[in-house]
Write a protein that binds this ligand. Structure first.
Ligand code: UT7
Length: 333
């Protein structure tokens, strides 16, 4: 068996900053409510007329990650792309990356696991590397939320949370199994699929049906926020503990926890519960909102760029979201 090591990281967010005050001009909301309940101060939304999409942003982040890994796109053996906002219903964004980065005809898959998407993507790539099938895998998380949100007061409970952006990692095969990804832990609970969902358009409720029924707004995300919040804090804790136990580690071994950036209050709850200091938990939801499959990889990249993720550190990634799906990744950096 081999080990998989993250050898390159990159992220891209659109320049267009949307503040809470900007939102209060288009819907009945305010900076105080948003900051108090979520910690979010601003997010990036792709502006009208921009060419950015999930795939385009993913490619921009990927170029940075590949360069930082000291590789070229020709060295990549496989692509794993996590998103809930793909450019097309089909085919997926992964194949677009193959084309955009002028890569060889390597395989590409899309992962559809929402907020846990990047954790699932990393775990998938890790299996291909550990078994020796591939050497360098490009793992991307990207979301173009803003075009699919209800920007009226009716959608305020969901819309104020989400931001656009992308992050990418290059995962590389290593012989030293004491370093790199130590383990990954994945879970799902479909009983609660309807608690955070975009129902349409779907094959069950396709565009002609939607157009025939103007009252049907099920193409906007719907969320039972309190229910999701309550489940998130429980599952985050469980899956972090599961990862630590699997590796005979304890909370004291954690150097850096990077939680999915769903809500600053969730991250703070977990931080308190595990007794971690501010230096041991990285959050950037204040600047970018919840970028779903991109949030962990954007946060990891930013933490690394700030020198907060160092050689030999124990880094824990943890996510929870729509599905429900949740998971963790334990990394010896
Ligand atoms: O990343 C995937 C996983 N997602 C999550 O983990 C999200 C988890 N949930 C949450 O973060 C929180 O539930 C929210 C931040 C989404 C909402 O906070 P909440 O404290 O659960 O608020 P609420 O939805 O219960 O709404 C409370 C009040 C309501 O008014 P009334 O009925 O009490 O008069 C809402 O209409 O706040 C109102 N409200 C708003 N007011 C101003 C809802 N959204 C807004 C808004 N601005 N944007």
């Amino acid at each position: 068996m081999y080990s998989s090591k993250i050898t390159g990281l990159g992220f891209y967010v659109p320049d267009n900053v949307v503040t809470n005050d900007d939102l209060s001009k288009i819907m009945d909301t305010n900076d105080e409510w948003i900051q108090e309940r979520t910690g979010i101060k601003e997010r990036r939304w792709i502006p009208e007329g921009s060419d950015d999409t999930s795939a385009v942003m993913g490619a921009k982040a990927a170029k940075i990650a590949i360069e930082r890994a000291g590789l070229t796109s020709k060295d990549i053996d496989f692509i794993v792309f996590a998103t809930l906002s793909p450019d097309y219903f089909f085919p997926g964004c992964g194949i677009q990356i193959q084309e955009m980065l002028e890569m060889d005809t390597v395989g590409a898959i899309d992962i559809r696991n929402q907020c846990s998407g990047f954790v699932y993507a990393l775990s998938t790539a890790d299996q291909f590397i550990k078994t020796g099938m591939y050497k360098n895998i490009l793992v991307i998380g990207a979301e173009f939320h803003s075009n699919g949100l209800d920007k009226t007061t009716q959608g305020r409970g969901v819309t104020v949370i989400f931001g656009d952006g992308a992050g990418a990692a290059v995962l590389t095969r290593e012989e030293d199994t004491t370093k790199g990804i130590l383990s990954t832990h994945l879970h799902s609970q479909g009983a609660y699929a309807d608690k955070l969902i975009v129902e349409s358009p779907s094959i069950r409720n396709w565009v002609p049906e939607l157009m025939a029924n103007p009252k049907d707004t099920s193409y906007f995300p719907e969320m039972d926020g309190k229910f999701v919040f309550k489940n998130a804090v429980v599952r985050f804790s469980e899956v972090i503990n599961e990862g630590l136990e699997k590796n005979n580690l304890t909370v004291d071994d954690i150097d850096m926890l990077i939680p999915h950036q769903a809500n600053l209050r969730i991250s703070q709850f977990i931080q308190r519960k595990f007794g971690l200091s501010d230096d041991q938990v990285f959050n950037n939801i204040q600047k970018y909102g919840n970028t779903t499959a991109a949030s962990i990889i954007i946060a990891l990249t930013e933490a690394w760029e700030k020198g907060k993720v160092k050689d030999n550190n124990l880094v824990v990634l943890a996510a929870f979201g729509s599905g429900f799906t949740w998971g963790s990744v334990i990394i010896r950096w």
